[in-house]
Ligand binder design. Structure first.
Ligand SMILES: NC(=O)c1ccc[n+]([C@@H]2O[C@H](COP(=O)([O-])OP(=O)(O)OC[C@H]3O[C@@H](n4cnc5c(N)ncnc54)[C@H](O)[C@@H]3O)[C@@H](O)[C@H]2O)c1
Length: 460
């Protein structure tokens, strides 16, 4: 049985008050998780309508399973309220968790336009003994070298001083949107402090709010780097899969068969090739490394390969259809991935741009988006089941609904480009070509076999 104490100083079986800064797709579920473990939670956001909604016990987005129920319950139990005042929330809190995004600038540098003001506003309420935790993914060193001095300057207190100052630590948020609560309960929670006392207090906090193992790393930098390393690893892995897919196409080999075969060896974990990588995380965090460590050449090359997949898709359509000028094309799936209503860094936007640049008339559909939201991407909204003169369909997410697409809706259809290996089992009429990433074109395969038979062996 946990006991509510004030002030909270990290003792086992005790809970206190936590302020969560940023009530977004991750911050709000974190607030619900902490309240579910007995903490008194104050949610902070700059958007007054978000705060008003939360103070009625309601949530402002619906996609995270069980979130609405958890927030309603915490609110009814008096353990959750929201405010627009960082300083007021911080003054009442024993722990402050900052989960406000760091974005990428137009020059692909970390863009601190949201998190810097959040930090300064928190500093206005800092008091002796409070623990400040950054969960937002950061370049290595930022907790100590960027935010530590900002908090110190604005509060007059010293970081890493549990007696007279405040404690400061980093803990990467590693959850996946749509299954946040499952991931929080499962993945080891990494933490690293700017000093041992900060790390230990942060570890004590997480032990009180997640059943998963808590791993205290020796420094904030190690914890920051661990998140960048795990996400960059995935981007590099996908880039390799994309290059393998290109070679597989040329050799008349199916990349899915290759990956299944390779990954049957336990040390091989080849990811899936596709039309590109989207979302807040994987296409963004390699740049946090690249911007600080230009000697890391693989992440930059991988970004280039993965971003090039959209161009490769457009070129494949041109090979099938000839010039795209005036050609009606349907893009299926606009979010960065299926089942998550998030357009951040989605590859659908450059895809629509490139198709339009080549003169195609682009329509689009996404089961999660309204007509207005679709229109904002630059494509004309299409409605599921409408007959239309599309010559090409490009599948950009793996939404389950797309598997029940009926080619009879599109009498002029000539090609389906499957950017996510999602509609492979679709029964297509003879006249419609199926083009997948790393799926051999039967015509190319015949050419390879003929060349091999002639004894040249081809380019390998
Ligand atoms: N979304 C994911 O799948 C995911 C997964 C793992 C980790 N993360 C991490 O979580 C961070 C946040 O992601 P998200 O998806 O919750 O973002 P989000 O865009 O859904 O939410 C951000 C929230 O912060 C608020 N905000 C902006 N400036 C603020 C300020 N100065 N003070 C208080 N609130 C402010 C916004 O109003 C918004 O509600 C990411 O940057 C990333 O580091 C995200």
């Amino acid at each position: 049985m946990t006991q509510f104490v004030h002030p909270w100083r990290g003792d086992p079986e005790t809970v206190g008050t936590v302020a969560v800064i940023g009530m977004g797709k991750i911050g709000l579920p974190l607030a619900a998780q902490y309240a579910g473990h007995g903490w008194h939670v104050i949610g902070v956001d700059v958007q007054p309508w978000v705060v008003e909604t939360l103070n009625r016990g309601r949530v402002h987005f619906a996609e995270e399973p069980t979130l609405a129920e958890r927030i309603a319950e915490a609110h009814a139990a008096g353990r959750f309220r929201a405010t627009t005042s960082h300083a007021e929330a911080t003054r009442d809190a024993d722990v402050v968790v900052i989960i406000v995004p760091v974005m990428l600038s137009d020059t692909k540098e970390p863009d601190y336009r949201y998190i810097d003001p959040a930090t300064t506003a928190v500093a206005g309420g800092l008091h002796q003994g409070v623990l400040v935790l950054y969960e937002t993914t950061l370049p290595v060193g930022d907790t100590r070298d960027r935010f530590g001095p900002m908090l110190e300057a604005a509060s007059g207190l010293a970081a890493g001083d549990p007696e007279a100052g405040f404690l400061l630590a980093f803990s990467p948020e590693r959850v996946y949107s749509g299954r946040v609560f499952h991931d929080l309960d499962t993945y080891p929670k990494l933490v690293g402090g700017v000093d041992a006392a900060s790390g230990a207090r942060a570890a004590a906090f997480y032990r009180s709010v997640v059943p998963a193992e808590v791993w205290q790393l020796s420094t904030a930098e190690a914890a920051e780097f661990a998140k960048l390393a795990e996400t960059t690893y995935r981007d590099v892995n996908i880039a390799l899969a994309n290059q393998f897919a290109e070679y597989a196409e040329r050799m008349g080999v199916d990349i899915q068969e290759v990956i299944r075969g390779s990954n049957s060896q336990p040390f091989s974990h080849i990811h899936q090739p596709g039309i590109g990588v989207g979302g807040h995380c994987i296409p963004v965090y390699p740049h946090f490394l690249i911007s600080r460590a230009p000697e890391l050449t693989l992440p930059a090359l991988s970004r280039q390969v993965n971003d090039g997949q959209v161009g490769a898709a457009v070129a494949a359509l041109e090979r099938e259809l000839g010039p795209l000028e005036g050609t009606p094309v349907l893009v299926l799936g606009l979010t960065y991935r299926e089942d998550v209503k998030e357009l951040a860094y989605t590859r659908a936007i450059p895809l629509i741009d490139r198709l339009s640049f080549h003169g195609a008339r682009v329509s689009a559909y996404d089961p999660l988006l309204t007509d207005e939201e679709v229109a904002r991407t630059g494509a004309a909204p299409w409605h599921w089941g409408d007959r239309a003169p599309f010559r090409a369909v490009v599948v950009q997410t793996g939404a389950r609904q797309f598997r029940s697409l009926d080619p009879a809706w599109f009498p002029d259809l000539a090609v389906v480009f499957d950017g996510r290996n999602a509609v492979r089992d679709l029964a297509l009429p003879e006249r419609v070509a199926y083009v997948g990433v790393g799926v051999p074109d039967p015509r190319a395969a015949r050419r390879v076999r003929r060349t091999a038979a002639a004894g040249s062996g081809g380019r390998r």
